[in-house]
Design a protein around this ligand. Structure first.
Ligand SMILES: NC(=O)c1ccc[n+]([C@@H]2O[C@H](COP(=O)([O-])OP(=O)(O)OC[C@H]3O[C@@H](n4cnc5c(N)ncnc54)[C@H](OP(=O)(O)O)[C@@H]3O)[C@@H](O)[C@H]2O)c1
Length: 296
């Protein structure tokens, strides 16, 4: 299996490069090799590699900045995935693409299901929704994995921000009225590998016979405050945390109140259960200790 992976240096892309290594030959590309801001250049890269599967982990993820760069966000998140899907169609390739809880308005009182009507609150959410729709419309074998609250030990994310703040502050105020399931990027990569293995084991002709959208976030739920509390506890920090409502932490763009996604379809179709967010967080932090201890 020839796998073309975009966004190799991102939180999810970096873990995918690691988790998928036994499944085939991976062509992992960064922005300098495949630039989604230039959709007209994507075809030649894809046609040269001729992959069986394209995994698009690249995205414009700066949620607040997207409000002032709507065209760039829409090109990278909304247009480029559709171009990639059309190029995949020419060579009979399948596509795995990542989506977000931000396609929803967050007003639901129970975890979002795949078929719930999207209603994005901001440019980032609108651009990601446009990308999902473009991939679906290309009518190729595809799997769109919707996730939320992604963190890892690299890049910029809530886990690293809290650890950094704890080093310099005695007190941190954290929003307590937005809920979700913090999701380790490695859990997403391992879930993706599991889907590919499942497709492979059911026969080549059935690859992606389950085309469509699947939610994929860690299990359980908490608020940003609850997530911060667990991070500091597991990191051995005793900085004081103060819960605050969203209204006291204004950002340039609105965010969903509830980012909870139901993983039921993922479990039913691919028999894959995502880890509980607390277990994944512990494992993530332990992986960092192990990596540090392994240094000469
Ligand atoms: N982060 C979250 O909380 C979250 C939540 C829900 C869904 N998602 C989705 O999950 C997927 C993976 O996100 P992530 O957390 O891994 O994001 P990330 O860490 O920000 O990584 C995104 C990657 O995309 C690359 N990229 C940005 N613009 C590009 C361009 N024009 N051409 C090529 N590559 C470009 C970046 O390259 P550079 O390294 O060069 O900057 C980076 O490697 C995305 O589809 C995202 O929308 C993320």
């Amino acid at each position: 299996m020839r796998i073309l992976l975009t966004g190799k240096n991102g939180q999810v892309g970096w873990e995918l490069n690691r988790s998928l290594s036994t499944l085939g030959t991976i062509f992992a590309l960064g922005r300098d090799q495949i630039d989604l801001a230039k959709p007209e250049t994507l075809g030649s890269v894809i046609q040269e590699i001729k992959p069986n599967i394209i995994i698009n982990a690249a995205a414009y993820t700066a949620v607040d900045k997207a409000e002032s760069e709507p065209e760039l966000a829409m090109t990278v998140n909304g247009i480029a995935p559709g171009v990639i899907a059309e190029e995949a169609k020419k060579i009979g390739a399948g596509m795995i693409h990542y989506s977000t809880d931000y396609v929803f308005d967050g007003k639901a009182t129970s975890p979002y299901k795949e078929e719930d009507a999207p209603c994005p609150l901001n440019i980032y959410g609108k651009s990601k929704l446009a990308g999902d729709q473009a991939v679906m419309q290309a009518n190729i074998p595809h799997i769109i994995l919707r996730t939320a609250w992604v963190y890892s030990l690299r890049g910029s994310n809530f886990l690293l921000t809290m650890q950094k703040l704890a080093q310099s502050k005695n007190q941190i105020k954290v929003v307590d009225d937005q809920i979700g399931s913090p999701t380790w990027s490695r859990a997403i990569a391992e879930g993706t590998a599991r889907i590919l293995e499942h497709c492979r084991s059911t026969g080549k002709s059935k690859i992606f016979s389950h085309s469509g959208v699947f939610n994929m976030s860690c299990g359980g739920e908490t608020s940003w405050f609850g997530f911060a509390k667990k991070i500091l506890e597991l990191s051995g920090e005793n900085t004081e945390l103060i819960p605050i409502p969203t209204i006291e932490y204004p950002t340039p763009t609105a965010r969903p109140e509830s980012s909870l996604l139901s993983n039921r379809k993922l479990k039913q179709v691919f028999h894959h259960e995502m880890p509980h967010w607390q277990d994944a967080l512990l494992e993530c932090l332990n992986s960092g200790h192990k990596a540090r201890n392994a240094l000469p």
